[in-house]
Write a protein that binds this ligand. Structure first.
Ligand code: PFF
Length: 459
């Protein structure tokens, strides 16, 4: 069945797509979440399992999403509508659009903190973070300050809106073509700096030497959850970005490149953080505070630490920005394609609404007790964590399972392969890909979902 085409913009070519999609994938998940998750789960063993999941689950699901996107050239809802009209499948796309909105509303809060840290690094306020205690106080001072937390996430959303409103090639592609090379450069410079510190070898060993005694179900599931989140899977971000890839471009190559870049950047982030941490005698299992509380003290102990701190938080902000762009774009593409809104109106209205929803998350890190979880909270989780658990855990895994079932069992592998091979380039190991999408991925991700529900462990 052929799908009528809409005039909705395209990437100028393969490179534009790869940079934008890698920009979506590479984010706080790589530089903030991956290192502390690896640290909490024993280092090398976690990293090894993570790599296996990226290859066996991440890449197949990524290609499945891209196939749907390019065939239909639509947002996630329109894509399912175009392929199976008069069915409930478009609801899967609807869940994706909702999830994009939900993730953006808490992701932009943490992204806002990166801007706050960048400001503090530039103004020298971060210099005082010489001990863990002071550093912790600085962190709390930022995230529990209602004004700062709200203003910073609002600022981050405005940056995102301004880029998304510029369109696919004129806004997103143009911005990512500047931001991504900048990100690589900063990352590389920081990795060289960190790995040449005295005592860095221990950190490198921690990242790469697997200690198999650390592996249990929790470590395996954390690796899988991290792989899905890091590759931006399960909510149609890759359906949307794939929908702007011209037919002439080699899609399997572009998709695999995105996964490789994403993984490389996560490992490089680990190569910055662990050597620096071990050189300073820090604890790798510091949890979510790792990059905001532990790192500033380490930067302050380094010669030229101010420059390193500025570079690091700029890196974090850039990585977050190219991801928030894709989160907003999923929702915007729905309103542009399906509701006929102008891109300008969609970007501002949805971005604005997202800001409203981001406020309770911004206030949930100590500013307002009722939203901050624990004994005084309305519920046990703080609002930011609640959003992460609902959208980042349940919704992404449910979405990824349904997308695999759709491609494997409803739309059919031959159709998906035809879409992936539309440029005339072959999908390598197409048979294996089919088995993975049809059987392995849905079952393995279902196990993750059951694990999350049964144990109450969230990632
Ligand atoms: N992949 C992003 C990260 O690792 O930070 C997060 C993300 C972006 C998830 C876009 C989902 C998405 F659609």
């Amino acid at each position: 069945m052929s799908v009528p085409s809409l005039d909705r913009g395209q990437w100028s070519g393969k490179l534009g797509f790869i940079l934008a999609a890698a920009g979506s994938a590479i984010g706080l998940g790589n530089i903030w979440r991956f290192p502390y998750t690896a640290g909490e789960n024993g280092g090398g063993a976690f990293v090894l399992i993570y790599l296996v999941f990226v290859a066996l689950i991440g890449v197949p699901v990524l290609l499945a999403e891209l196939a749907i996107g390019r065939k239909t050239q639509r947002n996630p809802v329109g894509a399912f509508k175009a392929l199976v009209p008069a069915s409930w499948w478009p609801l899967v796309g609807g869940l994706g659009v909702l999830t994009g909105f939900g993730i953006l509303a808490f992701y932009s809060v943490v992204a806002g903190w990166t801007l706050g840290y960048l400001f503090m690094a530039v103004t020298g306020a971060l210099h005082e973070a010489t001990t863990a205690d002071v550093s912790g106080t600085i962190f709390t001072g930022l995230v529990a300050d209602p004004l700062w937390a709200i203003v910073l996430s609002g600022l981050f959303l405005v940056l995102t809106i301004v880029i998304v409103r510029g369109g696919v090639s004129g806004g997103i592609e143009r911005a990512t073509k500047i931001l991504m090379p900048l990100l690589f450069l900063i990352l590389l410079a920081l990795a060289v700096r960190a790995t040449t510190l005295p005592g860095a070898v221990e950190g490198i060993a921690y990242l790469f030497k697997p200690d198999f005694s650390r592996i249990d179900a929790g470590v395996v599931m954390a690796a899988l959850g991290q792989a899905l989140f890091s590759l931006s899977l399960g909510m149609g971000a890759m359906i949307t970005y794939g929908s702007y890839l011209p037919e002439r471009e080699n899609m399997p190559f572009a998709g695999v490149s995105v996964a490789i870049f994403d993984t490389l950047i996560a490992v490089l982030a680990g190569l910055i953080i662990f050597p620096a941490l071990f050189a300073a005698g820090g604890d790798p299992s510091g949890g979510p505070g790792l990059v905001f509380i532990v790192l500033p003290t380490i930067f302050n102990a380094l010669p030229g630490g101010t420059v390193v701190a500025i570079a690091f938080y700029a890196l974090l902000a850039i990585a977050a920005l190219t991801s928030t762009i894709s989160l907003l774009e999923v929702v915007v593409s729905y309103f542009v394609d399906e509701r006929g809104w102008s891109r300008e109106k969609a970007a501002w209205l949805i971005g604005g609404l997202c800001f409203v929803l981001a406020v309770p998350s911004a206030l949930s890190q100590g500013a307002v007790a009722a939203l901050s979880g624990g004994d005084e909270g309305l519920i046990a989780w703080d609002f930011l964590t609640l959003n992460n658990n609902v959208w980042g855990n349940y919704s992404l895994s449910i979405g990824a399972i349904l997308i695999c079932i759709f491609v494997g069992w409803k739309w059919g592998l031959p159709n998906a392969i035809a879409s992936l091979e539309a440029s005339g380039d072959r999908l390598p190991a197409a048979g294996a890909w089919g088995v993975l999408v049809k059987y392995v991925c849905p079952v393995v991700i279902l196990i993750l979902l059951i694990f999350i529900v049964a144990t109450g462990t969230y990632f």
